[in-house]
Design a protein around this ligand. Structure first.
Ligand SMILES: [Fe+2]
Length: 246
């Protein structure tokens, strides 16, 4: 009963997902999007920042189109009785000339704030990532490192994560990595980050309705087991609400 009460008063915020239909390797069509939103709602998610991939010269959706698609998806959702709220964003694959796309407003930042969700190759080196994070700051934006546990140079190195966090970079982990779906090593690493309060947000990084689903329920159980109540609330929604939704 306590869990239901918590959900009713503050839903989880998913800061990273691919639920817009047909724009990247996420949801394939509107039917799949609706099913993904139903899964999200059942797991306690109230808000999702939609973050289609942007990779220079390969894939990308302009802010204007993301807004139009959100309106369309929300119309369908309303007809289906789904109340999850969507907000614009992008998962930006870092490259050294992002300035024009950001400054022109072509790229969607996290709900039009100064925060930008940034990803790298899983095999990227730590000095490259650190310099890239510095570069995003120098452009006047605040980087959010997508799924920190995915990079070989970060996994197992709490110190590397601490360095980025102390620079002011926000740290996001994937819900499925927290709950152990990606193995013990990843789960254990995230547990260490949580103990040191080096994580800021959770995202589902959901891509479909079958295997990479928008579920935060199991992850929330693990977070509440490892973290104190205040930090758990921050991770599951308060930080994202403060930074992106106000
Ligand atoms: Fe993603």
């Amino acid at each position: 009963m306590i869990v239901l009460f918590e959900r009713a008063t503050m839903g989880y915020i998913d800061v990273h997902c691919h639920v817009l239909p047909g724009v990247d390797d996420g949801s394939s069509d509107m039917d799949e999007t609706m099913e993904m939103l139903r899964i999200a709602e059942r797991s306690g998610i109230s808000d999702m920042i939609v973050t289609p991939h942007y990779k220079q010269g390969r894939v990308g959706t302009p802010r204007k189109v993301i807004g139009e698609m959100i309106d369309k998806v929300e119309q369908y959702a309303k007809l289906s009785g789904i109340t999850v709220k969507l907000h614009p964003g992008t998962e930006v694959y870092y490259h050294s000339s992002l300035e024009e796309k950001l400054e022109s407003g072509w790229l969607a930042t996290m709900n039009d704030t100064e925060f930008v969700l940034v990803e790298f190759s899983p095999f990227e080196t730590f000095p490259y990532i650190r310099n890239a994070i510095d570069d995003v700051f120098s452009l006047g934006y605040k980087p959010v490192l997508a799924h920190v546990e995915r990079y070989q140079c970060m996994l197992g190195s709490v110190e590397h994560v601490r360095i980025l966090h102390e620079m002011g970079c926000r740290i996001q982990v994937n819900a499925s990595s927290v709950d152990g779906s990606y193995g013990f090593k990843v789960k254990h690493f995230i547990k260490k980050l949580l103990k040191e309060q080096l994580v800021d947000y959770v995202g589902t990084d959901a891509h479909d309705q079958k295997s990479r689903i928008p579920d935060m329920e199991k992850c929330a159980v693990q977070i509440r087991k490892v973290c104190d109540e205040g930090y758990a609330d921050d991770l599951l929604g308060q930080n994202a609400t403060r930074d992106f939704l106000n």
